[in-house]
Structures are given as structure tokens and as C-alpha cells.
Design a protein around this ligand. Structure first.
Ligand code: AMP
Ligand code: ZN
Length: 471
């Protein structure tokens, strides 16, 4: 198929044409949440923009497989190998076990995602499911001389690579800030940039989750999980790897080091990084400083979560975004107005084919240009202003909303809690039905239609996708 997306690639620091390894197919990986606390709205900005990327790729016809890990072990409070274990910290705070904490915050994360119309990735894999894979990978790195055992832990030897600092434009000095402290604390490391693959003799005597390994009872480092889970579900090559900019170093740098050493060849072609959501004054929103904004807090203050989604879509993913209630209020007013206008469009009549293709091309053009979401939103307003008939406007905006996912056609009275749950349920079922149809499992597709009908949900397949309404 025609490759028409251009994306900024952190690896080359250039905006490049996206060319997947297999024509028409994209393997996409997302660093998932560390489930020791609620996601803050900064984390959610990242997942909203990644969701837009995935949906854009699907919209223009790619067959996308998206994989996400859940970090439920191994992430220390510094992104290097120092500090407390985040999961243990969460468990202590709430007097629960690590697995209880992981389950609770994983569910909370996906509930936030559902409220924000973020599609669940095709594969969601908790790190604790893959310990055998981590051990196999670490063993191979030891066998091939890329890793060493020291003081009971296994370390990756970064001096074995020609270019450890693969993300260009970053100097060693700039990147070593967090790691330098390690050298003093951890004299086992041969080089200051080496990192832990497997901990056994760590400072966490009270570590709850431990597994047997050839190097003693212990637990994996954080970075190895994303390499292993990515390779396990997407194979030896990955097209796009996503995350927030704070993941570039050391996390993604270390993922590349160990994956390429393990595979013996280049691994992932495009690195997509979302910039931070900042608090007023420019400070990065972060979970570890204790005070942060959650989606539930916004809801308590009366904001529809989709207003936050709309807020995020107004700015470019590669720019820092400052959160403020004033701006959120303005976005809320714009959102309600837009919904009203869109919902007042009459649905009957013939679609004007030429107008439809012209505007669809403009919408696609905006998103394919390094995900210019604010331009894509401008296209909605241009459609509303145009002289085409209402049916065409409706069809276009309904189609755009497959990507933007702002629920523009969900009626106001469906805003209640029960209705939001219903909407999330219907969207999930429609995805399942789409997949069943693709697999030519028409019996399953019909069963889903019946299941929805039993709940009073009527669906209609149109050329622009499936639309639904309450009977
Ligand atoms: P964590 O749960 O801390 O592992 O982070 C989940 C994702 O959110 C990662 O991809 C981070 O890079 C990203 N992230 C963390 N803080 C922010 C922020 N303030 N704004 C946007 N993304 C963030
Ligand atoms: Zn990761």
C-alpha cells in the first residue's frame, strides 16, 4: 500500500516517511504504566497521543498490532538502578501486597483509558508473566559476552557496543545525570552507564516478588521487560516504539542496547516520543512527587474526561503542554458547542462523494503529517462551514471521530456514569465485531449484534464504519 505517513523519528532526529518492514502491516509497542499509583493526566496525555497514532494508522488502512507491557516489577524510583522499588513503595503506602496493588492500579488505568476513549492495545502483558523470557534473554547476553555477573547481580556491559548513545543529539554528559550517582553506590559496575538486567543482591531484602534464576533468587531490571515483551509479541523487528520523552534515556537507550545485542541486528525503526504535560510554571507532572492530577479529580470537578482528550488534541505531541483549568474551561465550552452543532446535522440525504473525498483527504493529510491533531480538528470546523449537505457533513465527522474519538455523536443525556460505561462496552463490542468480520467469523459478528440488540443498542453498518444508537 501507499506509505503516506511522515513521523518524527527520535532515532534520526528527522521527520521521515514511515515505511513498515512488511507492506501494509505495523508492529507497534508502547511502554505501559508502572502500576503503583493512579496514572496522572500527564501519563494519560502520552496514551491519548499514542492512541491517535494507532487509530490514524488503522484509518488509512494499515493492519496494526499494538503491544503494551504493564510494569509490575523492577522499576526503581530513579530510572537508573538506584532508589526504592516503585511497586514496593506503593504496597507499603497502602498496606497491601504488591500483586494487589498491581491489580488495582492496572484496572484503574484501563478504566481511565475507557473514559478517554483510548483503545485497549491488542496485547497487554504484565512483566510478571514473562519471567522465563527475561531469564532466557539475560542468559544469552551472558553467553555472548554482552553481560557479566558482579556482586550477585547481572549487568549489561555497555562498553561492548560501538554506539551506546544511539539517540543522536544527546551527549554523554547530558544523559549521565541520573546514572552517575550509581557508580558511587554500585561498585559492581564496570562502566558507569552499565545497567542491571537481573537483581539478586539488591538493597531490597523485603522484595516481595522473587524468582529462581541461574544467578540466584531475584527479580528483573525494568528495561529488560520491554525488550523481551516486544520481541515475544512482535518478533525480531518492530516498526514503532512509543513512550514519553523521559523514557528516551536511560530506558529506551537500554532497551535498544540489550535487544540489538540479543538479536544481533537492528531492532526498531521508528521511535515516537510524546512530550510532557507540565504543571503551571513548567514543572513536569510526575507521580513520584506525590501530588498530581488524576482523571478522577477532573471528573470530581465536573469535567467530562473527553474535554481533557480534546485539550490534548489541540496541541502538537512533540511540544510541552502546560495544564491550566482556564484553558480546560475554554476547551470545555468549545467541546459542548461543537457537539451541539454536530448533533444538529440532519442525517438523511445522499452523501456528496466529491466533497467527502476532498475533506477526508485533508483530514488524513493533517494526521499523516507527523500527527497534526490541531489541524485535523480545524478540518472539522471547515466541514461545518462548507456548503455541502448535512448528510455529507455528518458522514465526514462521524468518520473523523473514529480517530479523534471525541464521542461527538453521543447525545448529551448519555453523559451519566451508567451511559459512559455503556459507551465503553459498546465500543469494545464493535471492535470485537470488526475483528470477527475481518476473520470472516460472521457467526460471531452476528452474535455480537444480537448481544448489543438485547441491551437496546442498535447498530448500522455504513460505508464510513459502524454507527450505533439506543433504540
Ligand atoms: P510510568 O507509569 O511512570 O511508567 O509512565 C507511563 C508513561 O507516561 C511513560 O511513557 C512516560 O514517559 C509518560 N509520562 C510520564 N510523565 C509524563 C508527563 N508529565 N507528561 C506526559 N507523559 C508522561
Ligand atoms: Zn518500556
Amino acid at each position: 500500500m501507499e506509505n503516506k505517513v511522515v513521523l518524527f523519528n527520535t532515532l534520526t532526529r528527522k521527520t521521515e516517511q514511515l515505511v513498515p518492514r512488511t507492506d501494509g502491516k505495523i508492529g507497534m509497542y508502547t511502554c505501559g504504566p508502572t502500576v503503583y499509583h493512579f496514572a496522572h493526566i500527564g501519563n494519560l496525555r502520552c496514551y491519548i497521543m499514542e492512541d491517535i497514532l494507532e487509530k490514524t494508522l488503522r484509518y488509512i488502512g494499515y493492519d496494526v498490532k499494538r503491544v503494551m507491557n504493564i510494569t509490575d516489577v523492577g522499576h526503581l524510583s530513579s530510572d537508573g538502578d538506584t532508589g526504592e522499588d516503585k511497586m514496593l513503595k506503593g504496597a507499603k503506602r497502602e498496606h497491601k501486597t504488591v500483586m494487589e496493588i498491581a491489580k488495582f492500579y492496572t484496572d484503574a488505568f484501563f478504566s481511565d483509558c475507557a473514559k478517554l476513549n483510548i483503545k485497549r492495545p491488542d496485547v497487554v502483558e504484565p512483566a510478571t508473566n514473562c519471567i522465563d523470557g527475561f531469564i532466557e534473554m539475560v542468559q544469552k547476553l551472558l553467553d555472548t559476552g554482552y553481560a557479566y555477573v558482579a556482586g550477585g547481580n547481572v549487568y549489561f556491559d555497555t562498553s561492548k557496543l560501538e554506539n551506546y548513545y544511539v539517540f543522536s543529539g544527546q551527549s554523554e554528559q547530558e544523559l549521565m545525570v541520573g546514572v552517575r550517582e550509581d557508580v558511587g553506590e554500585d561498585s559492581n559496575k564496570r562502566n558507569k552507564s552499565d545497567f542491571v538486567l537481573w537483581f539478586t543482591k539488591s538493597k531490597f531484602d523485603n522484595q516481595e516478588l522473587k524468582w529462581d534464576s541461574p544467578w540466584g533468587v531475584g527479580y528483573p531490571g525494568w528495561h529488560i521487560e520491554c525488550s523481551c515483551i516486544g520481541i515475544r509479541h512482535l518478533g525480531e523487528y518492530m516498526d514503532i516504539h512509543c513512550g514519553g520523552v523521559d523514557n528516551i534515556f536511560p530506558h529506551h537507550t537500554n532497551e535498544i542496547a540489550q535487544s540489538e545485542a540479543y538479536l544481533g541486528h537492528a531492532w526498531c525503526s521508528y521511535w515516537f516520543h510524546v512530550h510532557h504535560l507540565n504543571e503551571k510554571g513548567g514543572k513536569k507532572m510526575s507521580k513520584s512527587n506525590g501530588e498530581f492530577l488524576t482523571l478522577s479529580l477532573l471528573e470530581e470537578k465536573g469535567y467530562n474526561p473527553l474535554i481533557y482528550r480534546f485539550f490534548c488534541l489541540q496541541s502538537h505531541y512533540r511540544k510541552p503542554l502546560e495544564f491550566s483549568y482556564e484553558v480546560l474551561d475554554n476547551v470545555g465550552v468549545a467541546y459542548d458547542k461543537l457537539k451541539k452543532r454536530v448533533q444538529s446535522l440532519a442525517g438523511d440525504g445522499e452523501t456528496e462523494e466529491q466533497k467527502f473525498s476532498e475533506y477526508r483527504a485533508r483530514f488524513e493529510g493533517a494526521l499523516c503529517d507527523d500527527l497534526n491533531t490541531s489541524m485535523a480538528i480545524t478540518v472539522i470546523y471547515d466541514v461545518l462551514r462548507d456548503e455541502m449537505n448535512d448528510a455529507t457533513k455528518r458522514a465526514l465527522i462521524q468518520s473523523f471521530d473514529e480517530v479523534l474519538s471525541l464521542s461527538l455523536f453521543v447525545a448529551e443525556q448519555q453523559k451519566g456514569e451508567a451511559d459512559k460505561e455503556l459507551e465503553a462496552y459498546v465500543l469494545e463490542k464493535l471492535e470485537e465485531r470488526k475483528a470477527a468480520k475481518k476473520e470472516k467469523d460472521f457467526a460471531k459478528a452476528d452474535a455480537i449484534r444480537d448481544e448489543l440488540a438485547a441491551k437496546g443498542v442498535q447498530i448500522k453498518d455504513t460505508r464510513e464504519g459502524t454507527v450505533w444508537s439506543m433504540r
